[in-house]
Structures are given as structure tokens and as C-alpha cells.
Design a protein around this ligand. Sequence first.
Ligand SMILES: Cc1cc2nc3c(=O)[nH]c(=O)nc-3n(C[C@H](O)[C@H](O)[C@H](O)COP(=O)(O)O)c2cc1C
Length: 478
Amino acid sequence: MSLLLGIGLRSGTSYRELRDLVETALAGLDPRDVVQVVTVDGKEAEPGLQRLVASLGAELFTAPALELSQQPVPTPSEQVERLTGTPSVAEAAVILSGAELVVRKQRSARATVAIGRLPEPTEDHTAAPGYPLAERETVHRVLAERRDVRRGFIDQPIADDVLTRVLESAHRAPSVGLSQPWDFVLIRDIATRRKVHDLATAQRDAFAASLPADRRSKFDGLKIEAILDTPLNIAVTCDPGRGGRHVLGRHADPRTTWFSAAIAIQNLWLAARAEGLGVGWVSFFEPGEVAAVLDLPAQVELVGYLCVGHVEEFAAAPELVRSGWAARRPLSWAVHQEAWGRRGLPGEPPSQVIVQDAVRAEGVAKHVGAQVVHLVVVDAVQPELLERPEVLVVQVGAEKPAADFGVLWRPARSADEAVELGVEVARDLVLQGVGEIHVEVVADSEVSQSLARGVRLGGLACGITCVDEPGGVRDSSA
Ligand SMILES: Cc1cc2nc3c(=O)[nH]c(=O)nc-3n(C[C@H](O)[C@H](O)[C@H](O)COP(=O)(O)O)c2cc1C
């Protein structure tokens, strides 16, 4: 059996007092079973406590008062709350540590102790247990039922304690080197929100103008933000340099600092869903524009702009799916075993994308949209092609083109790989509402022909129309 002691103590509590209190509380239990001692943040340096921990041969841990205060304890105390900010330290520390409370709070003049039994290690002594089934289901449920919400917000203020819990969860996100590069700017002021709304509207217009006509009419029916419909907007920022020069894990890949801030947003999103708050992420901005409206310091960057409020309901599926704008990508397309391209779910034999397609694409066919894409396979990009909104250039040449979403870089190393890449291109386009692909090959290479063939195969498997366009060079084998 492994025991844990939760200990609350005033500063200066002697070792002797703590020892006597613990001995009494342990009555009948073996002190050698005590493996952990947990107290509130700030008390770890207490000499009496340190000596007690050493004499028990245990490890000392601490927990923040806020987290302790959120534990449902049997014996809360107003006095303890006044002194420490939590109604319980000893019992709350036991519960927070995942131990079963076996001895409730015992008290001496200056200290309290509660005893918990830690869960037994599983039989093979390797795997820590997961949560019980019902709790697991709740976790998976919140992940599945989190939604990006832009409609149906109701006029109900967000209680401060609810918002604090949501922000606490966001603030618990993992971060590279524990750099915690995020901050949360809470925006309620209508004048500020109007300025941000104007920025989003301008970007919305610009995006609409970039779309081909068939896609634009569909986009016109979509709502892309709720900046003025929600009582609260939250700008989540990133300070890329936070923590200085030697942040652990960031040196080789600086992007990890922005990943960290993005994860904080996901935490916020999930916690908000659990609290019944809708969140909508708006990215119709050039980030610097928002930074200027919010007067952010120059070193701080906007990562996400969130609209938050109570909602009438949470939809069962993403709005972009319900509106037919885009479809979800099957998991089986996203899981590779050991090497890229060997796709298969855990426990399934991996297969190449084409073989899979006949079976897998069926589910996708029902999402087929009306968008027509003119796909042009090239060795190198001709800039004039990019001026036509319906054109998607697929470049097979080895040199990476300048970033432009009008160009898809697919540098295939062999004809077989090119076919695979072509299949993927087609089906990923289908997920984005494409119902017809016109394929034109203007490069005279085996890989470009193979890629075009892959596009036709992928399109066929997804049930869309593929039309050959007369281009510079035609594929005679298809
Ligand atoms: C980084 C990021 C930016 C987004 N920007 C917008 C946006 O500007 N407008 C919008 O309506 N939705 C935006 N979304 C929401 C996505 O459309 C949404 O997450 C996706 O369609 C899936 O729906 P779900 O979140 O309800 O599962 C954004 C989501 C992310 C992760």
C-alpha cells in the first residue's frame, strides 16, 4: 500500500509538532508506506516540513491554492480559507493527487494532516490507469462536441468564475520549455469590437473577391465571425521570445512557441464547451491590423481572435460541413504506419492510397460539391496562371515555389509516387467542395503525366467528374 499525506501548516510549524500530528493520524498505518507529502505552493521550504518528509523517506509535492480550492472536500474550513485562499489544504491535496481519502483532516495547534491511499499500480507494474469509463466518455464527448460557433449567441453575461475556470484551463496548456508564451486580452468594449469587426469585414470582402463565381455564391451564405454578437472577445497572443535565450526545446524549432499558444486556445475552446460557452475563432485579419487596434506591444503577436458567449445550442457537426462547404477527412487517410503512404488504422494492414480508395472514398462521395477546379500540372509556375481564380497550379518541379495557395507543390520522386500524390490531391479537393476537375498537363515529364493520372483516379473513386483539358502536353496512357 502507498500512502500520501496532505499537510497544511502555518509558517514556522516545528518538526516535532508535525511528527506528533502525523503519528496520531497514522494510527495503525505503517509510516513506511508514506511515499508522498503534498502541501500548498509556498510551504515547500518550511524546515519542519522538510525534516518530516526526509524522516519519512517520502517525496514532497506542492499544489496551487486555486487548484486545491476547487476540490470537493468533506471538511472545509473558513479559517483555512482566510489564511491560505483555499477552504482545505490537507484533504484537498489528497483528493487532487488522485488518492482515496482514508483519514480525514486531523489538526494540531498549527497544522493539519489528511491521509490518502494512492491507487495500486496495475498488475504488470507498467501502465498507469486511465480514467473510469464514464469519465473517459465525458472527455471524448467534449472533444467531439466542441464546435466553432458563429450563430445563436444569446444575451447572457458570462459569470466571472466561469470565465476564470476557462482561462485557467487555457493557461494549463503544454508549452515549449514551459515558456507559456500566451496572454489573453479580454475585450468587451463595443467601440474596440467595432474596429475589429471592420477589419474582418474588409478581409471577408477580399476573400470573396478571390473566389471563382460558383464558390463565391456559397461563401456569401456563410457567417464567419460573431465579433459583435458576443459579449466577450478574447485575443490570444504569443510573445515568441518569452523566457529568454535558453528555453528548453525551442532552439531547433522556433515554431513550437506558436504551437504552444495555439494549444492554449484549444484548451480554452474545450473548457468553454464544457461550461456551455460557445467559441468562434476569427482569422479574417492580417494579424498586425488587430495588434494595432489592441495596441499590443511590438514584440507580442496575435495568434487567435475568439468570440465567446452563451449560445442557444451546439450543433452536432461543423457549420462548414452542414452548409456543404467542406467535409471531414476520414481518419484512415491521415494515419500512416511506419512510413509515409502506408495508410491504415491501428490493427489494420497498411495499404497504398489507391488500393484503399475504392473502399474508402465512398463515404466522401456524398459530400461532393459543385465547385469546378481547373488543375494545371506544371514543372515551374507561370505567374499569369495565378490570376485566374478557378486555376490550381500543381507544380511537380523539385524547387519549392514561393508560398501561394494558388500553387500546390508536389515534387514527386517517381512515377508511382506521383500517382499517389495525384490521388490525394483529388480527394482533398473533393473535401473542399470540388465536384469537377479539369486536368491540364503543360509539363513534359513522366511524373507530371502520372500525377494527372492520379488526379483522375482519385476523382473517379470519389465520384466526381474529371475532364481532360487540351494543354501543352497530353497524357496518352489515360
Ligand atoms: C486557426 C483557425 C482559424 C479559424 N478561422 C475561422 C474564421 O475566420 N471564421 C470561421 O467562421 N471559422 C474559423 N475557424 C473555425 C473552423 O471553420 C472550424 O473549426 C472547422 O470548420 C471545424 O468546425 P468545428 O470547429 O465546429 O469542429 C477557424 C478555426 C481555426 C482552428
